[in-house]
Design a protein around this ligand. Sequence first.
Ligand SMILES: [Fe+2]
Ligand SMILES: [Fe+2]
Length: 384
Amino acid sequence: MSRPPSDYGFLGGSFDPVQKAHIALARAALKERRLKAVYLVPAARSPFKAGGPIASTDDRLAMLRRAVRGVPGLRVGDWEIRRPGPSYTFATLRRLRRAFPGRRWELILGEDAWAGFGGWRRAREIQRFHPLVVARRTGTPTTRGPVANFLKARPGPVSSTAVREAIVAGGAWRDAVPAGVAAIIAARSLYAAPAGLSGREAKTLKRLLTPERWRHSEAVAGWARELAERHGVDPRRAERAGWWHDVAKSWSPARLRTYARRKKMPIPWGKNTTLDPLLHGPVAARWVREHGFLNDKGVLAAIARHTVGGPVMTRLDKVLYVADFSSPDRRYPAAARVRRLAENHLDRALREALRAKMLHTLERGRVLMHTSVGLWNRLVVENT
Ligand SMILES: [Fe+2]
Ligand SMILES: [Fe+2]
């Protein structure tokens, strides 16, 4: 290969956390493809995908910067992580082509990403402008994918999930990440428990929630945190509300009613038991307070109101209500609509969520909660 080094490499990923294998892959591409530099480009947290990055934007950037420090030719590109909302690789590459007209970018992929490349948004466009550079896992091709330049080096498998699980389980993980990154993980206790929970809380919730509800709560917590950041609410409070909101969801209606009566909690619908499942909001709030997990009145109120709403709702209440209705694990069509609205308009998203819920209730011939009706009227009046 005689061309002078004038091309750049693009290696995207969630880097949650960045591993030695990422660095080895970037270095191999740099050398073998004679690139001027390779940029490691962390992805933004995607509200549309459950199980997005665990570590915060700042933590992921800090780890990446530490990982490339002192490694010639390796750089960090914060183009995606600093933009709100999900970023598609084709869009980032388009922006790079515009911003740096003289540069050519090669797209560096691990074998799995390469095998799935056909399903990427605008894969053809990417391929037209950007040579693919692929690291095989082993010498023999085990998967198929588009035309690519294969690296001789085998940087080894990358599994951020395995690293995170090892950290939670107290297993061996330090060898998988650069020493500086290990120091950051230890110093900031990243990944030790899910974001927003202490180890004890995580243990309790894991025990109380079914695996499915755990995943739902995790999705709501992450989405609530994201919404909070967008709408000027404390993200940590929103996240905690998300984690705990459904802790009483699996209780039977009879158990919810008994608990509520024993605690002398008001039951707005009186003796009519058909609405009792909605008690899982107020009961959860009471339960987590009494068990010493939460003492923040605003967070408790948000948890209580996530099922029944209220004539007046704080921004935190709205964030949890909307996040619960439209978390990434929700599959009904209204969820996607509310998700999109919620990115910029919290009240409109709330109104749409409420509308969908009330329609559903009406269609099934069930009783409407008067608090929902009151909230609906208020939102309509305020927005006209
Ligand atoms: Fe709920
Ligand atoms: Fe929920």
